[in-house]
Design a protein around this ligand. Structure first.
Ligand SMILES: [Zn+2]
Length: 173
């Protein structure tokens, strides 16, 4: 049985952003806006309802606590409190239909392997990556939107949903 654990951005960090309107790791202002794209929200790992939901954009380093070498990128969460994703042994249902790239990283954040699974191949792709003993964790990216890190100006000027990483998947023994 494949064991994995899907981790969204921590509820504590999301609450800090909502209450301070700043990126907790960096102090940059967070940007509030109506959802112009589907996201996803990095807390509940659901897609935004374009034009209906409101969201916050802020700078986040997904490697905090994993590796000292930071790679900050822009991410979105719902502006108001949402239910943090807690079905951690399940791949988030609302991410399944997106164009996904799984990046497997190992010690000292060394990039080891990549998979681009379709919906029906997601669990098998996770298993293939974790079958490699050098892979410690997987970052899930949106294939079409994982572009070069935009500048802060771009993030707040309609850059849409350019975001770095949707969630992390970790081994679970
Ligand atoms: Zn949410």
């Amino acid at each position: 049985m494949l064991g994995f654990k899907v981790l969204p951005v921590s509820p504590e960090l999301c609450e800090q952003v909502r209450s301070s309107l700043k990126a907790p790791q960096y102090g940059h202002p967070a940007h509030a806006e109506p959802a112009a794209g589907y996201g996803p929200c990095r807390s509940c790992l659901r897609q935004f309802h374009v034009g209906c939901d409101r969201r916050l954009l802020f700078t986040y380093n997904p490697f905090a606590g994993i590796d000292p070498y930071p790679s900050p990128g822009p991410i979105f969460i719902h502006e108001n409190a949402c239910q943090p994703f807690d079905q951690v042994s399940t791949f988030p249902p609302e991410l399944r239909s997106l164009p996904l790239t799984f990046e497997g990283y190992g010690l000292e954040r060394w990039f080891v392997a990549r998979e681009r699974p379709t919906d029906s191949d997601i669990e098998a792709a996770i298993a293939r990556l974790f079958a490699n003993p050098d892979v410690d964790y997987i970052h899930v990216r949106n294939t079409r939107r994982a572009v070069l890190w935009p500048t802060l100006h771009d993030w707040t000027q309609g850059a849409g949903d350019r975001h770095s990483i949707s969630c992390g998947i970790f081994r679970c023994d």
